[in-house]
Write a protein that binds this ligand. Sequence first.
Ligand SMILES: *Cc1c(COP(=O)(O)O)cnc(C)c1O
Length: 416
Amino acid sequence: MSNSVTVKAPPTHAPMTQFSVAKGELVVGGISLTRLAARVGRTPFYAYDRGLLTQRVSELRTALPREVRLHYAMKANPMPALVCHMAKLVDGIDVASAGELKVALDAGADPGEISFAGPGKQDAELQQSVAAGILVNLESFREIAPLVAASVALGLPARVAVRVNPDFELKSSGMKMGGGPKQFGVDAEQVPQLLAEIGRAGLAFEGFHLFAGSQNLKAEAIVEAQRKSFELALRLAEHAPAPVKFLNLGGGFGIPYFPGEQRLELAPIGDNLAALVAEAARKLPQAQLVIELGRYLVGEAGIYVCRVIDKKVSRGHTYLVTDGGLHHHLSASGNFGQVIRKNYPVAIGNRMGDAATENYSVVGPLCTPLDLLGEKINLPQVQPGDLVVIHQSGAYGASASPTGFLGHPEIIEILT
Ligand SMILES: *Cc1c(COP(=O)(O)O)cnc(C)c1O
């Protein structure tokens, strides 16, 4: 009998092979990182690769049935140039404020395929929506009266869908946004009454919106949520004042951020959506199925780049102090929704060929221990001036960070 123990290898990050490497440098948008940093003029910055954005949408189109409409939920990354690029690739844009609506319209998105979701829409925002001709996802009985008022004042139809808070939860979701008591949508059991009021008020009813949650890496959980959402919409459609034209089944497709996580498998989701498309053709013949994705479309195409200012040893552990930090990248610091802090994938973008022989923590310049971009990670030998790259940074980065905290220079974002 041997009493040897099998040593389990520690989980690693999914490979970040979406970016190529040439002469030891990460290549972004066809440009080596050192040259790109020189072109930007200073660090830190976010860089989004337009080729990767295009590639992601075309992979998704191949994996999903042609009939499914693909929307970009722009709160994941509202940079105007990026939204402009995405607007040309996807069928529609989902906005969450009048500010985002402006960016979507400026980007040339078709108002017929813009939808607006979010609790607490203001009367002015509802009026802007009617004037723009976009679809409002109703999340409260309260929204009916200002929409009627706007419709009468402008002599335009008020296009609405009902955002349903479903009577189930999305399993294995990073962030649950449906099921149980929620501030989002209207509880499924109250929807028949809401539909009756929509009919009496004369709003232009066009469909349903169900969004169960975000950052899911399990295809079977997404399949189950989409199937249950579809069935719930079929039941609710019996109470609708007009035929369903749009059935938005949400999204929630995740990307791998942390060690041990793997990329989502699209094939089962595509098969399930094909079955739902066929069923919809029989049971809701006027309905188009829509999925809305944020981070899945843009997250993997973006990096955050900061420069090492100092390399300090404290009681045996080495800190790389950089010019970037949580004021630009709250998510990577672990303070945007993570329960237990884990490291994003980090690389030294100008030393991609060097072996990871050292163990460092990467921190920012802020006077708070929360300003941690990577804790005890294996990296090549680094010198001040080197470029730290944080991968998976195309979504919920700049716009989701407290950029005013400590008064550092504003963040730069480029699309290349
Ligand atoms: C945030 C949000 C999305 C996008 O979520 P991702 O995880 O980025 O795909 C889509 N729909 C609604 C209603 C949202 O609130």
